[in-house]
Design a protein around this ligand. Sequence first.
Ligand SMILES: *Cc1c(COP(=O)(O)O)cnc(C)c1O
Length: 358
Amino acid sequence: MSTNTLTIPTQRVAQSRISELDFNNMEFGKTFADHMLVADYKDGAWQTPQILPYGDMTLSPATSALHYGQAIFEGMKAYRNNANGDILLFRPLDNFRRFNISAARMCMPELPEDLFMQGMEQLLRLDADWVPPVPGSALYLRPFMFATDAFIGVRPSNTYRFIIFSCPVGAYYNKPIKAAIEPEFARAAEGGTGFAKTAGNYGAALMPSRNMQERGFQQLIWTDAREHKYIEEAGTMNVMFVIDGKLVTPAVSSTILNGVTRNSVLTVARDMGYPVEERKVAVDEVIEAHKAGKLQEAFGVGTAATVAQILTIHYNGTDYELPPVEEREISNRIAVELEKIRTGQLPDTHGWIYKIAR
Ligand SMILES: *Cc1c(COP(=O)(O)O)cnc(C)c1O
């Protein structure tokens, strides 16, 4: 919780749209809360931010982000503690730090911590009613920044816009997925932008992902760009395996995004006493483990789903079926524990919770 040094000029909506919202029936990413925070960067400095009604903006067709891709984002959730109504953010400072890591890689200005944190806090206080009371649901926050120079010469933009808006999201429908190991395309290469949360990484991943979906696999498992021998991530999530009782995941690198959920899952696993290994994970190791009956669990981890169970791994023409989700002790225990920490049902022993002052 912070003291409010920065009071952000606010233009409230004339009429809230919240009565149109059905908290039990929300589609991800389509409904937006009443307000947004907007701050512009120009003349080498961040200008006074504003909170405005959520709405359209006008942009020059020459807006540099649209042509050359200087665009970064974050994704995080605010939860309601249903015991006392508190609104809790989960590890927002980790998202803030990663935002500036992405900014540096994309040659964009860093954002001051108070603009990110107090902007988020004041926006949340204003739109507090949009944080759903339904268990499993949350208010998803989308901070992002893009280059705004109306100039199509290739150089870093001199002006940028930072925005935070939010969307109420329902309980993630956790149907176990069929995933395929990608033998040809790559999400990220060494020296590239894989560790940054930048728009282009997502654009470049769409075609390979759609190809796999057309073959019946909801998710693809990325492999390294050089040899396609080592596992990197699962779609837009980090990926983990339980092999012979050990939680194994690829170590973060320049090609793997340093997920907040990944770190939280590993921390809780260590707290619970499970052995954890962060290292290179070869495709062959996973397939051999399956053949030996030692591949007990596989799942993606990220803010959207927390844990997305993988039921089938397709590789080289073969479907490898994994044990049923109900039998997966480690991922199931950790998912429940994390949900309780985020909603204030368990003590916050790691300093992960940031409570929004009322
Ligand atoms: C955002 C993201 C993740 C998950 O990160 P979280 O902080 O856990 O939400 C994993 N991989 C990629 C490529 C991502 O963009």
